[in-house]
Design a protein around this ligand. Structure first.
Ligand code: ADP
Length: 517
């Protein structure tokens, strides 16, 4: 009979122990089968001497697992191949195998032929002489568990990262029971998990955000795998709400059953506060800019208000004279001048109102706006200024222009800046005729309107128009150089862009786009 190394070694061992080799036929057959199984197994089966754990036998799987041939490893001691860090542990444990008839499993690193270490999981048992109880050898079955160990190490690392992450992490069952909270979540929310009292997901959030989770976040995560959005959590320690950017992930089993959700929340308190501060600063800057614009217009407006006041005084004097001549003058004679006094005073009042409106501190109000009448009003407002500079203003916006989405005060602020700049640019031009500043509009896409303010002035003072939008860029003796920079920010807040260019016919054009929905 041809014997494999396993059978051979059994026979050799028997000879070694001076035991008869007489194996009953059925037992011989069993041994042959066992030997064949050992030879074919992908697990490495090995037998070792009890003291030094020298290999007496090893199955061919050794080549696949460790890179050694069977012949190379026979006679080697397992101690030579243990990772230095695992030797002590193994020495400590080996008596329990040798002396307590132990059958035990342990995981350790073993050196491969090429020098690298691989993780093996081995089950060892001691083989004893049934008569004398003498320890004969150790039988070991080993398998490569590197992949499992690496995966376990990776998940342990990941679990550590999650535990100490500054994001608030929670694991939640499909019936909304919280099973785990990381350190940041426990501390920020002032909650602890206890074995006796289940913690409901509802306790982590404000009622509105919990409703959002129930109605949207969890169903969407269940369907699509994840959901992301803003929410508010509740700190039981600080008794305050915490704005968060929330990510909800659904975890499924291999048979596609929903096992649990995890929620990862990023505390946005600082970001939100910074945003609010930025909004406040912007609000103050916008307001200051409007005050500056009004300052620039003051002379013109004073003239504008003075005119109706002088007219009112003249009408009143006229009535006085008439009454002095004839104190019984019929009402019809003074009705018309009185009417004029009323309407003229109203006009002056309108200008004052307009100024107050423009300089008032108000929060933006977003609405659909009709531009042509808004531009008409602005032109009326700027007329005295234009007159002083001998410039004519024109509204060439088509009357049927679709409404645009914006804040009225901000749009007026932008247009006023551009119109006043246009007027001043015309002033610098020593030309014949009355130069014009006018507004045009055209459709870009179905939902975009382009508004342009054009002038017949001197043109842009720089080659690269972008320079004009830098803060404090000015070519005017008393200019601040903030008008265009602020106008650009305001337009960007409307989702548009502001650009400048020279017109081929002379003069400049400033254009921006606004949305019609
Ligand atoms: P300021 O009006 O205080 O100078 P702006 O930011 O409004 O500040 O304008 C910056 C500069 O851009 C102006 O000083 C001027 O040189 C140039 N500019 C603005 N509008 C026009 C225009 N329509 N034509 C020519 N140059 C212009």
């Amino acid at each position: 009979m041809l014997m494999g190394p396993f059978e051979e070694s059994i026979v050799k061992q028997s000879r070694l122990q001076k035991r008869p080799v007489a194996i009953p036929a059925d037992e011989a057959e069993r041994n042959r089968l066992l030997a064949e199984m050992a030879e074919q197994s992908t697990d490495m089966i090995s037998r070792h001497t009890p003291e030094e754990w020298r290999f007496i036998y090893v199955s061919p799987a050794v080549t696949h697992l460790l890179g050694y041939s069977v012949e190379e490893i026979i006679g080697m001691s397992a101690y030579e191949l243990y990772h230095p860090d695992d030797v002590e542990d193994f020495k400590r444990r080996s008596p329990s195998v040798s002396y307590d008839q132990g059958l035990y499993t342990h995981t350790y690193r073993f050196r491969c032929k090429d020098g690298h270490y691989t993780w093996l999981e081995s089950t060892s048992r001691s083989i004893r002489d049934p008569d004398t109880d003498e320890l004969l050898e150790i039988l070991v079955v080993s398998r490569d568990v590197s992949q499992r160990i690496n995966a376990e190490q990776a998940s342990r690392r990941l679990a550590r990262v999650l535990e100490y992450s500054s994001d608030l992490v929670a694991f939640v069952t499909p019936d909304h029971r919280v099973t785990q909270l990381n350190e940041a979540a426990r501390e920020t929310l002032g909650l602890e998990l206890s074995a006796h009292q289940p913690l409901s997901l509802a306790r982590l959030f404000t009622p509105e955000s919990y409703a959002l989770l129930q109605q949207q976040a969890l169903p969407v995560a269940n369907e699509a795998g994840r959901w992301r959005g803003e929410a508010e959590m509740y700190s039981h320690g600080q008794q305050c709400t915490i704005p968060v950017m929330l990510e909800v992930l659904a975890h499924r089993s291999l048979d596609d059953r929903l096992e649990y959700f995890s929620t990862v929340a990023r505390d946005m308190t600082v970001v939100k506060e910074a945003e609010a501060k930025k909004r406040q600063y912007q609000f103050e800057i916008d307001h200051a800019a409007r005050l500056i614009t009004m300052g620039e217009m003051a002379t013109g407006l004073a003239h504008e208000i003075n005119q109706p006041l002088t007219a009112v005084v003249n009408y009143v004097r006229g009535i006085q004279r008439r009454m002095e001549k004839d104190c019984n003058a019929p009402m019809v004679q003074i009705a018309e001048p009185l009417e004029r006094i009323g309407s003229t005073a109203l006009r002056a009042g309108e200008i004052v109102h307009r100024m107050m409106d423009f300089t008032r501190k108000t929060d933006p109000r977003w609405e659909m706006l009709e531009l042509p009448p808004l531009v008409d009003e602005l032109i009326r407002f700027c007329v005295s200024n234009a007159n002083r500079h001998h410039v004519r203003l024109r509204n060439r916006l088509p009357a049927d222009l679709p409404k645009v989405w914006g804040d009225r005060i901000q749009l007026e602020q932008i247009l006023l800046n551009l119109i006043l700049n246009g007027i001043e640019a015309c002033d610098q031009k020593e030309d014949q005729g009355v130069p014009e500043v006018w507004l045009e509009a055209s459709m870009k896409k179905p939902d975009q309107v382009i508004i342009s303010v054009l002038d017949q002035g001197a043109g842009l003072p720089v080659e690269d128009p972008e320079q004009l939008f830098g803060a404090f860029f000015t070519t005017k003796a008393d200019g601040l150089g903030m008008g265009l920079a602020i106008s650009r920010t305001l337009i960007e807040r409307h989702g548009g862009q502001l650009r400048a260019a020279n017109r081929p016919e002379g003069g400049a054009v400033f254009s921006f786009n606004l949305s019609t929905r």
